[in-house]
Write a protein that binds this ligand. Structure first.
Ligand code: ATP
Length: 511
């Protein structure tokens, strides 16, 4: 088994074993691409949302929040283009009957070529040692240049086929590249068809087209239709933003890779309303702001990269993805899109209502342009979880599994552990729990040896363990153990709130 495949399996099983993520309705053998967040998962997820909300809303005076309904008037989705154009191109292999996304098959082929380039680089690095200059090698090596050209040709062809809805060309490209089905190994492909990703349902008791509504495939439209309400009631001046966290639903063709691609998931989106013509400035600003937010978590700067879109969505004039190095390779974590005035103009047309912003300075009515940042909570969860999970070799020859989560995101901030289950120690420990609980999410645990309890807390990422022993009863001091260094220190109970507070404060992430 490939090393990263193995690492990914470990993440999935750790998530289940330690109460982070369970398959949905597991007693009925689960529902494909649907997951439930368990006792530790919900805490981590809430902390990720809090970190985002704090950076977007709390620390930006020009951005406010919104919580729009999942159901929206069906015309919304006509206006937004989702009814007609929210499709993925799918293709079936005739021998295995497996269904694939045509663009993903081609992207995986490109990733393989990139893999070859990386192999060449690794080899050259070994050969040239310290004298190796990667940039120069990339710019001059014949093999690398040939492969880069190959990638760029494929991307151009794919971009053209996708942008112009040339499905036959897409099929031909898959055939020309000799792409095979992972299951049957054959190149026996059907034609490419478009598949709409929206889930439909019915409103009220009357069935029929008139009452057909959709589960929103993105949260953004709730912001667009409310933008003028918010602008007026909040007396917002351009540029200003509206942020929202909420569920979105997509009937994904191929849903695998755990919580990376689900049919029900959660998005954190922010629409920034700007003056037309300033979109490139704001595009750069939000690229920089968002990548900083990611890197502040300390998961490793080398795990992020930008990937500019070749196929621009129907609404965008510039778009980039922040890709993260997941256990299965670099994949999209967040999108940053310059959406122009497409959405607001469409809603004007379909609703017959003016959605103009009155600029008090120029005395003009304009339709603002929109810069969007859009990130999946679940993908962010997977990014944090997978990079935090570590197997460590200890000095005494033993091993430990530790989840070195950024402390402000940890589900439990401190565990209070009485050394034994008698002689007043549990009571003392519970007293400490009561004290800390007002400030932080803490837990009490008395079962098993203290060593075992430490290990269990390491595995769920608890930054501090607090051991209560006989001396505590006399001197009101406890032993506090740091998850990462495993160092133990004797401190006064009265100092605990501030010691823990310093470590787990969200503000640490903004310094
Ligand atoms: P992909 O190309 O991976 O399908 P996308 O480009 O369709 O993603 P967007 O429409 O830009 O994604 O959605 C914004 C964000 O929402 C993504 O960056 C991702 O984090 C998240 N997201 C999208 N689809 C899913 C899904 N099926 N499951 C989990 N998260 C998702």
């Amino acid at each position: 088994m490939a090393a990263n495949e193995d690492a990914f399996k470990k993440v999935v099983s750790h998530a289940k074993e330690f109460g982070f993520v369970f398959p949905s309705s597991e007693i009925y053998d689960g529902l494909s691409a649907t997951y439930d967040y368990a006792q530790n998962g919900v805490e981590l997820k809430n902390n990720i949302k809090k970190y985002w909300w704090m950076s977007m809303v709390q620390l930006h005076e020009e951005i406010v929040g919104l919580d729009a309904a999942i159901f929206m008037h069906p015309k919304t989705w006509k206006a937004s283009g989702h009814v007609d154009a929210f499709n993925d191109p799918m293709i079936d292999n005739k021998d295995s009957n497996k269904r694939y996304r045509a663009d993903v098959l081609i992207e995986e082929h490109i990733a393989k070529i990139e893999g070859k380039i990386n192999k060449d680089i690794t080899k050259a690095k070994k050969r040239f040692g310290d004298a190796f200059n990667e940039e120069e090698f990339r710019a001059t090596n014949g093999n690398v240049l040939r492969r880069l050209k190959e990638i760029s040709d494929i991307e151009t062809k794919m971009g053209d086929a996708l942008n112009n809805d040339k499905l036959d060309d897409l099929q031909q490209l898959i055939i020309d590249l000799g792409i095979t089905c992972a299951v049957s190994g054959s190149k026996n492909w059907t034609e490419v068809k478009q598949f709409n990703l929206m889930f439909g349902t019915e409103l009220g008791a009357v069935s029929g087209d008139a009452s057909k509504i959709y589960l929103r495939p993105e949260t953004a439209q709730g912001i667009f239709v409310n933008y003028l309400n918010v602008q007026k009631t909040g007396r917002m001046k351009i540029p200003f933003g509206i942020a929202q966290i909420g569920k979105a639903f997509r009937n994904e063709i191929v849903a695998r890779q755990f919580i990376f691609r689900m049919r029900e998931f959660e998005q954190m989106e922010m629409q920034f309303f700007i003056e037309p013509g300033t979109q490139m400035k704001w595009f750069e600003y939000w690229k920089e702001t968002r990548i900083k937010w990611h890197k502040a978590l300390g998961l490793g700067d080398e795990n992020y990269r930008f990937h500019d879109h070749i196929q621009l969505a129907h609404y965008a004039d510039a778009a980039t993805d922040i890709e993260f190095n997941f256990p299965f390779g670099f994949k999209e974590l967040e999108g940053i899109h310059s959406r122009t005035d497409f959405d607001l103009k469409q809603h004007e047309e379909f609703s017959g209502k003016k959605l103009r912003y009155f600029d008090p300075e120029t005395k003009e009515n304009i339709v603002p342009y929109v810069l969007e940042t859009s990130i999946g909570v679940d993908r962010m969860f997977l990014a944090v979880l997978s990079k935090s999970l570590k197997e460590e070799q200890l000095e005494d020859g033993t091993e430990r599994t530790v989840l070195s989560l950024p402390a402000p995101l940890a589900p439990i901030k401190a565990a209070i552990l009485p050394l034994v289950r008698k002689d007043g120690l549990p009571e003392k420990a519970r007293e400490i729990l009561k004290l800390l609980q007002m400030e932080h999410n803490c837990m009490y645990e008395e079962k098993d040896s203290i060593g075992k309890r430490y290990r269990r807390q390491d595995a769920i990422g608890t930054p501090y363990c607090i051991a209560v022993d006989y001396e505590t009863l006399d001197d009101n001091m406890v032993t506090i153990r740091d998850r990462d260094t495993m160092k133990q220190e004797r401190v006064a109970i009265s100092d605990l709130v501030s010691i823990i507070g310093k470590k787990v404060s969200m503000s640490n992430l903004f310094q």
